[in-house]
Ligand binder design. Structure first.
Ligand code: NDP
Length: 384
């Protein structure tokens, strides 16, 4: 994919900026402004800020295409002052630094968006101007403001990165291993699978953002872990990060045989990211009282016609299985607990991470489509 231009034409080079003795930051396409870094002070807003944003031009029909997206420019208004009234808002201006591309955007776009709306999504953003004393210029936050380079907020929808975030750790991890996907793995395994030491855990889409954390947390929890992924490189990665067994589900002759070979005694926990045919085969290999966490169904998200599959009731009854769908937002009140646990394991080297970083905001649609096709190893993010 194309690399992002490091410097835009017409703007000063690093050397020129140093000579001028000022700190410059890119704002939109046409903007370069000096910035003051003191709390609550704002950079001068002599010129308007133009945000770039990707809109859903046309609802996806089957697999998304780049022509389904439209790049827009949006002029942002000046920030509102807090004023003296308690009810008035004090705003801040943010610039996206990393944006996430996630599978949920495919089904949720149909549910939540009209054609022409800006694509949904989460970013790590930096505060570039602030009239809100709760947010210092230069602070990093996680926001759910869609595919935009810049946006204005009153601060209520922003989550500061944990205060103990280490300087050495990429901030993009707040969208992955130490963010929503990591929390999905954490709560899905602990609260839905209810894994116990000595059990066998199966996870699919195992080399992705959620799956790679699931496998590593299950190892920390004293389980045997089997993972499946869609390329030999991904399988090699899974073995490197500690999975006991891993195979390429695209090249095995029989999924049923491959699962049986990986764990002849079956599976106690199945963390399902894929659904469809894979799930139907795997459910038959669950052990008595097994638990299935239905996390995602990526094999079905691009279907124009719903799939018909074998029905699951018979194994569910005879093996007395529990199968539970969940959304990570159920544990929003325990977010800090999950983030601190993940941060600690990452810093101790017990949870390893890999990111698939696409350079350039203009490549958001390609990064999204690539992730749905399985081109990502670990978390797919876009660096603006
Ligand atoms: P990933 O990083 O795992 O990326 C998606 C991966 O899915 C691809 O890399 C690809 O890997 C795999 N995939 C794509 N198409 C298929 C297919 N037809 N069959 C099998 N695998 C396929 O994404 P995430 O980790 O962010 O998400 C994983 C799952 O978890 C998704 O289903 C997502 O919707 C769900 N999710 C659910 C949440 C919840 O709250 N319930 C929260 C977050 C995610 P490969 O090469 O291995 O095929």
């Amino acid at each position: 994919m194309a690399a992002a231009p490091r410097r835009q034409p017409g703007l000063p080079s690093a050397r020129e900026r140093a000579v001028q003795g000022r700190s410059w930051r890119l704002l939109g396409e046409e903007q370069a402004q000096p910035e003051r870094r003191r709390r609550g002070r704002r950079a001068p807003r002599g010129r308007m800020v133009i945000a770039k944003a990707w809109a859903l031009k046309k609802h996806f029909d089957g697999f998304p295409k780049t022509s389904d997206f439209d790049l827009k420019k949006i002029e942002l208004p000046n920030l509102k002052d807090g004023g003296i009234s308690l009810s008035s808002v004090a705003e801040l201006l943010l610039e996206s630094v990393f944006l996430s591309v996630d599978p949920y955007m495919r089904p949720y776009s149909r549910r939540d968006l009209k054609e022409g709306d800006i694509m949904i999504g989460t970013q790590v953003a930096r505060v570039v101007e602030s009239k809100n004393p709760a947010f210092t210029v230069g602070a990093f936050v996680v926001a759910r403001r869609g595919w935009r380079t810049h946006f204005i907020s009153d601060g209520k929808d922003l989550q500061l990165l944990p205060s103990n975030w280490p300087e050495s750790l990429p901030k993009s991890l707040a969208l992955g291993t130490v963010g929503m996907p990591g929390l999905t793995a954490y709560f899905g395994l602990l609260e839905v699978c209810k894994m116990k030491p000595g059990e066998t855990v199966l996870v699919n889409a195992a080399a992705g953002a959620v799956g790679s954390v699931v496998g590593q947390l299950a190892k920390i929890g004293g389980c045997k872990v089997v993972g499946c992924a869609g390329s030999d490189d991904k399988v090699a990665y899974l073995k490197k990060i500690g999975f006991d067994e891993a195979f390429n589900y695209k090249t095995v002759k029989s999924l049923d045989e491959a699962l049986r070979k990986a764990s002849p005694d079956g599976y106690d926990c199945f963390f399902d990211n894929v659904g469809g045919e894979f799930a139907s085969v795997a459910i038959n290999q669950m052990r008595k009282y097994g638990r299935i966490a239905v996390c995602g169904a990526i094999s079905q998200y691009n279907d124009s016609v719903p799939q018909n599959g074998p029905y699951v009731q018979i194994p569910m009854i005879f093996k007395e299985l529990q199968m539970e769908g969940f959304l990570v937002t159920r544990w929003n009140n325990r977010r800090e607990e999950g983030l601190q646990a993940l941060l600690k394991w990452v810093m101790e080297g017990k949870v390893k991470y890999h990111e698939q970083v696409t350079e350039g905001f203009e490549n958001m649609p390609m990064a999204f489509i690539g992730m749905l096709k399985g081109e990502n190893l670990g978390k797919a993010v876009v660096k603006v």
